[in-house]
Design a protein. Structure first.
Length: 251
């Protein structure tokens, strides 16, 4: 009886036989998602700009493939997806980060770029990846919760991030039965946060550990776990999933 019950609840790998492309897979959230996808039986293909950390990450997780290029380079992006021989199940885009600058100090080209870069990249990824994807796979993009507040220091980031949920929902309608989803994170303790905060990183970690309802900072593993769930739960589409430990509720 006990043996039978044990076998009934034995964990079946959630992504067995599936392939996940991680654009931004050599560090932070993307790398952690690659690790977890491998643990759930998936093959992974990693993309990042810098070849050396990418090489290391691909070796660490046992990646099926890797490609070093800037995801904002449309020609390179199209060439990458064309070169893939295997069908893809999921694409997780964790590449470029935000640009913080006071609005009135921004050149007009910077404004156009900051407002459209995440959406333009998401659309280019969708256009090139969709023909290779099999339902019920998901395209999964990254947004943020901190941009929901209006704050002097956030500049254009609020306007840029607040357009993502509607964009993702509209794309999900067009691409169905493929799924499209968005993860909106607050502070996540990754190399990106370290580079943005510099010597204020430790103070920010301590402040958030004191003030967040969860009593600790959110790590890349937390976001990766959510990403894996969105990949494996085929009921989820056109949705935005917040993961910020309650940060949007506290000052
Ligand atoms: N960390 C946070 O607090 C936080 C909060 C909310 C949202 N997010 C969003 O989540 C995403 C991932 O953040 P993260 O903290 O995991 O960042 P991260 O630690 O800096 O990792 C970013 C990954 O993306 C790659 N990458 C960056 N720009 C790229 C480009 N143009 N083309 C191809 N690859 C690129 C990086 O490698 P290379 O540098 O070698 O290209 C690296 O592998 C970002 O979009 C960020 O805005 C992060």
């Amino acid at each position: 009886m006990t043996a039978h019950r044990t076998s009934m609840i034995a964990h079946k790998p959630e992504l067995l036989g599936q392939t996940v492309v991680l654009i931004g897979g050599s560090a932070g959230i993307g790398l952690e998602a690659a690790r977890r996808a491998r643990a759930e039986g998936a093959e992974v293909i990693l993309v990042a700009r810098r070849a050396q950390p990418l090489e290391q990450a691909a070796r660490d997780v046992g990646a099926l493939g890797k490609a070093a290029f800037d995801a904002n380079d449309s020609t390179a992006l199209a060439g990458f997806f064309r070169s893939l021989r295997e069908p893809i199940d999921h694409v997780f885009v964790t590449g470029p980060g935000p640009s913080y600058k006071p609005l009135l100090e921004m050149e007009i080209a910077e404004v156009r770029h900051a407002l459209s870069d995440h959406i333009a990249l998401a659309l280019e990824v969708a256009r090139n990846a969709a023909p290779k994807m099999r339902p019920p796979g998901t395209l999964l993009f990254m947004g943020g919760t901190s941009g929901r507040r209006i704050d002097r220091g956030l500049g254009i980031v609020s306007a840029a991030t607040n357009s993502m949920p509607s964009f993702v929902a509209a794309l999900a309608r067009e691409l169905a039965p493929l799924r499209v989803n968005l993860i909106a994170a607050g502070f996540v303790d990754t190399p990106l946060s370290a580079s943005l905060l510099g010597d204020q990183l430790q103070a920010r970690r301590e402040e958030l550990s004191r003030t967040l309802p969860i009593g600790r900072v959110v790590g890349p593993g937390d976001v990766a776990a959510l990403a894996l769930h969105v990949m494996s739960n085929s009921a989820l589409t056109a949705a935005t999933f917040d993961i910020d430990g309650g940060q949007q509720l506290v000052a």
